[in-house]
Design a binder for this molecule. Sequence first.
Ligand SMILES: Nc1ncnc2c1ncn2[C@@H]1O[C@H](COP(=O)(O)OP(=O)(O)OP(=O)(O)O)[C@@H](O)[C@H]1O
Ligand SMILES: [Zn+2]
Length: 553
Amino acid sequence: MSERIFIGVAWPYANSQLHLGHVAGAYLPADIFARYHRTRGDEVLMVSGSDMHGTPITIRAEQEGITAAEVAERYHRLFMASWPKLGISWDCYTSTATANHARTAQQMFLSLYEKGYIYKDTVCQPFCPHCNRFLPDRYVEGTCPHCKYEGARGDQCDNCGKPLNAAELLNFRCKNCGNPPEFRETEHFFLKLSAFEEELTHWVETKTYWRTNVLNFTLRYLKEGLKDRAITRDLDWGVPLPLPGYEGKRLYVWFEAVIGYLSASIEWAASKGQPDEWQKYWGGDTKSYYFIGKDNIPFHTIIWPAMLMGRGGLDLPYDVPSNEYLTIEAQKFSKSRNKAIWVDDVLSRYSVDTLRYLLSANMPESSDMDFSWREFVRRNNDELVATYGNLAQRVLTMVCRNFDNKVPEYGELDERSLNLIEKTSAMLFETDKALHGCNFREAIKLAMSLAQEANRYLDEKAPWKEIKVDKAAAARSLYVAMAALSGLRVAFYPFLPESSSRLSTYLGFGSEIEKDGWVLKMPVAGQEMIPPEPLFKKLEDSVVEEETARMGL
Ligand SMILES: Nc1ncnc2c1ncn2[C@@H]1O[C@H](COP(=O)(O)OP(=O)(O)OP(=O)(O)O)[C@@H](O)[C@H]1O
Ligand SMILES: [Zn+2]
């Protein structure tokens, strides 16, 4: 039965380029999931956009002596250029700088305000007398009161993942000048999270299928009790409050950016000329998935659901398959700390499918995973080139050479051949199950095992020998190997769209695998073929040293 799937993906701060951590943590799993569901014939809406507001951007602007808008626009443009190179197939990728987003965020604010879920209060906010201004959370740094990590920020601790208030930090200081801030009174609006504690707990308790880390983190968080949180800031960059008299304040990004999932859906519908179409994805029988890295868990399993509960009438997340971190030498990739491998740089030297393969096979699904160039080269050479690519190349060139560039007639199939075809069908069934449950590493492993199995079949049959004595036997072996390749092009498609589409055309199908369905389509005997180019290129071992040196590690 076909499903309707909404896929929301974390909104990247437009304060720096994309690094491999972003790809492995959020964008690649989301894209794999979207391509898989489209191939199954499901309706998919995958959205995200650049987070143009927030202090990571104003901090960068101050460092560079330019405006926040210039910083955000620069990185938004870079992101837009990176997505097609990475093969991320958005239905809508926008930004929080649109009028539609501001309107949607303000409507959400007003709806919660009118229902009493947002209230005004006077608070003490850090104020730096040296810099003469209120300090937004990210402008305050100090020691995390929970885990004692020293580099915690006023909004969140990167080490234990807990959201924080600046005042909770130990030894706090102004990020700009290093002096300790004072606390001064200012008025802010608060989201009444405490009102949702019980309803959220009941809701989360039904999510037994969530990843253990996501479920445990959320339950622990709820057990500690929910505190109301300020959702406005003394800033001049961001979405203005929809109430008169608060011109110096803006909506706080963690409240505002998550509303982007909704505003992007509205923008997508409007751009299609069907302005109500977004509602399909926010109610009824849609399942909504949110792909994020683990530092975003509380925003997607607690705060955003609470906002949706308060507003009413919109679907809550079905699943939040958050990933752990991709690390380098056991440290989190961080654009703020400039410790990263940049997407555009990697893609200027290596093929996108090599990158997607490595990050899929080593995806930090249930624990942090260290990125390694050695693993990058090994997986490319041993798995993509020697196992999968070589299988395709051997079979397709032999067919083209010996059977006049046509899919061969195969006659009756022997037991060994039927067995490989059954295994191919079974692999598609198993990968379907794995992908449906967001088990990406398992799915790609199942596909690669079938490629190994098909190689064994080919070695046993040895069509290069058969061709000399029994051309019909060779035709049959090659045809059956082509059938296995047909299954592989489908199973690998969500992970490796570029090479899979190419393989699809070499096999005599069209390049649009999504139209074929998650099924084993048998090649059509007599169909014209074009001689293949290799699917993947071998990498020299020296790549490991070159790239490690380039990182300066
Ligand atoms: N190393 C990483 N591993 C996995 N996911 C990551 C990693 N770094 C970022 N992400 C995820 O990518 C998404 C976008 O990241 P975002 O731009 O919000 O900031 P960030 O990269 O976490 O910040 P910074 O790099 O400055 O610490 C988020 O969901 C985040 O969790
Ligand atoms: Zn200061």
